[in-house]
Design a protein around this ligand. Structure first.
Ligand SMILES: [Zn+2]
Ligand SMILES: [Zn+2]
Length: 188
């Protein structure tokens, strides 16, 4: 079981919202089920309460990324520890479908939101402590504010996706082309 890989759940949850664009992809029980699909073998029962609980965790996990990216490490860790305390994992040794004994962490008995939040928080905590807090990033291609985990060898990633990276490159190119043209005006 690769616990650090669960940090991707935190990324997926945070990126269901694009604050600067007013986009929220976490509005219905179906949205929650889609978020949970890679996590749960059997779709859990989702209630309206799960939506608001996941939104609340989402806001806090976004703060973890923005604080980490801004160098406020203590704040980021304090917020993450709050999530871990509120949504503890429920380890359980289990076997199903003729599988060997293995560990389930989200607890088959806890609610959909609690289970997901526990996995996302634990994954992010393991990732942060094993790969480094500087691996948590926020996209630089405004208005995109998507978060990401920097897995590049030289820790130089600045964008959430190739799409945002090329959008930022185009903007930079245009800005550079504009700059020299503006100069003669200044001396005119
Ligand atoms: Zn299993
Ligand atoms: Zn982006």
């Amino acid at each position: 079981m690769d616990l650090a890989a669960y940090a991707e759940h935190a990324v997926r949850l945070v990126n269901t919202e694009q604050p600067a664009r007013g986009v929220d992809l976490l509005r219905s029980p179906d949205d929650v089920l889609e978020l949970l699909t890679p996590v749960r073998r059997i779709p859990p029962r989702v209630t309206e309460g799960d939506i608001s609980r996941l939104r609340s965790v989402r806001a806090r996990l976004r703060t973890v990324f923005t604080d980490a990216a801004a160098g406020r490490e203590g704040d980021a860790v304090a917020t993450l520890n709050g999530v871990l305390a509120e949504f503890p994992v429920h380890p359980r040794v289990t076997s199903h479908d003729d599988s060997p004994w293995h560990l389930h962490l989200a607890g088959d008995a806890v609610g959909a939101a609690e289970g997901f939040a526990a996995l996302a928080g634990m994954g992010l905590a393991v990732h942060l402590t094993t790969s480094g807090i500087e691996r948590l990033g926020v996209c630089h291609a405004a208005p995109c504010r998507n978060v990401f985990l920097d897995t590049s060898a030289n820790r130089s990633r600045r964008h959430c996706s190739d799409r945002c990276a090329s959008r930022a490159n185009v903007a930079l190119y245009r800005a550079r082309r504009k700059a020299p043209a503006a100069r003669p005006d200044r001396h005119a």
